[in-house]
Structure formats: C-alpha cells, structure tokens
Design a protein around this ligand. Structure first.
Ligand SMILES: Cc1ncc(COP(=O)(O)O)c(C=O)c1O
Length: 458
C-alpha cells in the first residue's frame, strides 16, 4: 500500500485525468441519489479482504457513484446555499492533500498556516474589526458558531464566579440558522428566540426582550447571535443597533455571516453590514460565497486571548508545540478541533492567484443575478415575488400552487436533469406559505438558466 509501483502510477493518472475533466466541465450532469440497496446491487461489495483494485474501484466511483450525487457547482443548482469553488482552489485542495500537513500547530504546519493566515488577514480586513482581531479556519459555519459561543460562555463564566455551574442563556432571532440552536444544545445553553416575522432583528427588539427578562435570567445571558444574511431570505439584522445594546448590556455579540460573509467584499451591499466592526466574533464560510471547496468555515474574534482561554487544550504531549522554540500561531488553540487540515490553503492559493478584485466581481454577480431573476419573475404573469431579493436570495411564488405542486415540480426538474431548486416556507400575514427560493452563488449561472427554470413553472 505504501510502495510506489506501476499500479500507483496508473491510479494517479486516472485520478488526475478525472480531476482535470471534472473541473473543466461547467455543466456536469445533475446527478440524483439512488437508494442504497440499488447502489449496492450495481456496484457490489467494494471493501473485501483482498481489495478490488484501484482501477475497478475508481471506475465504480466515476461511472456509478458520483452520478448519484448532485454537483453543487452546477449553474442551475440554486437550492440551499450552493457553492462554486474556483478551479484554482479545487486544484490546490489536491495539493493540500498531497502535502500531508498537520494544521494544528505552527511547529508542524508553519508554512501552510502562513498561507491560511494571509487569507484570514483579508477576511478580517473585510469586517473592519479593530487591531488585534484575527481568526482561524474551521470545518464550516456550525463549527465556527460553536467555537464562538463556547468562547462567549467561557468569558461570561470567568467574569463572575456566581455564573459557574449555571446554564447560560443566549438570545437570537427565529431567522437564525438551525446550527445556532443545535450548538446551544451541544453546550447545554438555553436559547431565547425573538420572533421577527420575516423582518430583521433590531436593537430595539433586543433591548425590549432583555428588559423583560427576570433578574435570574438576565444574569444567565451570555451572548446575542445576530445574522449577516439569513439562509432562508438573505436578510441582515440591524447590526449597528444590536451592537449598541450588547455594548450597553455587556453581552458578547456574535454575528453569523456563514452565508452572507462573502458579500462584505461587495461594495454595492457592504453598508448593510455596518456595525459588524463592533462584534466580538464573526462566522464566515469560505465554502459558501468565497468559492472554496468543502469544507472551509472561519471564525473571527475581536480578542484572540479570550478564544485561546476557551479552546487551548492541555496535555504533556502538547507542551512542546506551545514552547518558545515552536514560535508561531497555533490554530488549534482558537476553535474546537485539535488535528486539523489546513483547509484555508485552497482559498489562499485562489486569492493569491486571482487577487481580491476578481472575488469582488464574482460576488457582485451573485447579487446581480438575484436582481435579474426578480425582474424575470415580475415579467411573468403566473409568478410573483414574495419580497424583494436580499443579497443573492430570491423568494417567489407560483400563483395558485399548493405545497405538493412545489414539491412535485422540484422532483420533476431534478429527475429531468434541468435544475435543483427547492421550496421553503415564508410567513405571510401570520400564516406559513410554501414558496420557491433561489440562492445565487455561481457566477457561471446565466440569464438563460433562470429563464429555463422559470419556464418550467408555467
Ligand atoms: C447563516 C448560516 N449559518 C450557519 C450555517 C451552517 O454552516 P455549515 O453547513 O458550514 O456548518 C449555514 C449553512 O447554510 C448558514 O447559512
């Protein structure tokens, strides 16, 4: 397994050929999942005592298994939050794997961590947060949100020993991503959700909610989580006024920009994020709107020492890594993971190769595509906008359709290889309604792609 022989050379050539073909294919087949038993019937058991050979295993993957996946960079994949990694970033993901770098500590990963830190410097600059602010790459937005709220909870507990042993309380809005609630559960914190009825969360609503807390709950409040681009509708909370309240109440202010963070680079919408510079921590997912391959999230902290106090692991086997002699930045000390891939490297290479201006242009295109789609929706009598587009998300309805019709339409388009566009729900006049949703990320999506999809709704 560890020797270099003709089989290895052949396998390498197969893999490189596949990688080159795949990254130069702008419209890969829109695959769909098959049932596990069907896949098993086609490919058979693949893990055996003597192995089936690289050629056979790779053929099964290339000809069958990858076709049972949806290429997230397909230009008509507009569901969830899609992705569109740059070709440079994908190629460098291969280089990251081939280089076998341990990204936990500078002593072992210094050169790779240097690359990550260069990319991080740009991300931090987009936020406008003060000197001393920095961050680390994580496996995604969920891990970044978890890392940030653990840092917040630890800071709260360190302030007053009366807090030790008490459950923390976190406030967010009902439009926050599901991972915020899930991670509050992981750290066994209680969560209070402010109902925004489809609008953004404001400092006024936050203050009113805090004012209504009983004294014992007010003491448990350790963090507020605002959203910089909600997953469902692209809405940005009123960050400036929320920052005022968090400052006045001395509560940690976290902003989840996992999806919207890329738009910090877009001059047309940057003002919507005003107030982000006053956050204690921010989540941004490069694997969403910064064109990195999966998986790559990022957590940014105003005070890195607070993050280190929360996350630095201790063990006699780790002491050498923190020694003066190992001089450097240790990413593992600022988030939940110890052993880690240097997953910011693909972003770094792509940024270094293309420059940040091209990123700004590609992100602006997502926003522009949302505006174009909105216009096309307004021009079609059978369609209607639910609300004006926000960032790159468009919510619209097919007049007269039931939830079942939206579901059938999604499945049919997917089955036919046309598109993957999924329904969501939106509250209109106090009632949840099923509607259709576009989220644009891929700058290769064309106006014609939008027409093709909307025409299938007639
Ligand atoms: C606003 C927001 N936060 C967090 C997440 C979770 O990120 P991840 O799936 O990378 O863990 C998402 C995912 O879509 C998101 O949109």
């Amino acid at each position: 397994m560890h020797t270099i022989d003709i089989d290895l050379v052949e396998m390498t050539l197969d893999v490189m050929k596949y990688a080159i073909d795949r990254i130069s294919n702008v419209t890969p087949e829109l695959g769909a999942p098959k049932k596990e038993e069907d896949l098993l019937r086609i490919v058979g058991e693949t893990v055996t005592a003597s192995g089936i050979g690289g050629e056979a295993a790779f053929k099964l993957f290339r000809d069958v298994l990858v076709k049972a996946t949806v290429p997230i960079d397909h230009p008509r994949h507009l569901a969830f939050v899609p992705a569109a990694p740059t070709r440079a970033a994908i190629m460098f993901d291969l280089v990251t794997s081939a280089s076998s770098i341990h990204g936990a500590y500078w002593m072992e990963g210094g050169g790779g961590i240097f690359c990550e830190n260069q990319a991080m410097k740009w991300l931090v600059s987009l936020t406008g947060m003060p000197k001393g602010t920095f961050g680390v790459f994580t496996s995604g937005g969920t891990a970044a949100n978890l890392s940030a709220i653990v840092a917040a909870r630890e800071e709260w507990r360190s302030r007053d020993e009366n807090h030790i042993g008490h459950k923390g309380l976190l406030i967010t809005s009902d439009a926050a991503h599901s991972s915020v609630q899930a991670m509050a559960k992981v750290i066994d914190a209680d969560m209070l959700m402010i109902h925004c009825e489809g609008d953004n969360l404001t400092g006024k609503e936050l203050q009113a909610t805090i004012n209504k807390l009983e004294e014992k709950d007010r003491k448990r409040l350790f963090a507020v989580v605002a959203t910089g681009g909600t997953t469902n509708a692209g809405i940005i909370d009123e960050l400036d006024t929320i920052a005022d309240v968090c400052g006045k109440e001395n509560v940690w202010f976290h902003i989840d920009c996992a999806y919207g963070g890329g738009a910090l680079a877009a001059r047309s919408v940057r003002h919507l994020f005003n107030g982000i510079e006053r956050a204690d921590s921010v989540t941004i997912d490069p694997h969403k709107w910064l064109f990195s391959p999966y998986d790559c999230g990022a957590v940014i902290y105003k005070d890195m020492e607070l993050a280190k106090n929360a996350h630095s692991q201790k063990g006699s086997y780790l002491e050498i890594f923190k020694d003066e002699g190992a001089h450097g930045f240790n990413p593992s000390e600022y988030q939940i993971q110890l052993t880690r891939r240097v997953r910011g490297m693909p972003l770094w290479f792509s940024l270094a190769m293309h420059g940040t201006d091209k990123y700004r242009v590609a992100i602006e295109r997502g926003i522009e595509l949302a505006q174009i789609a909105a216009k096309k929706i307004e021009d079609r009598p059978y369609l209607e906008l639910v609300r004006p587009p926000s960032l790159s998300v468009v919510l619209y309805r097919r007049k007269g359709w039931t939830p079942d019709q939206y579901r059938e339409w999604t499945y049919k388009n997917h089955r036919d290889g046309v598109a993957l566009v999924t329904p969501t729900k939106w509250k209109t006049n106090g009632e949840f309604e099923t509607v259709s949703r576009f989220c644009f990320i891929n700058p290769d999506t064309t106006e014609k792609d939008i027409d093709v999809i909307l025409d299938t709704m007639e």
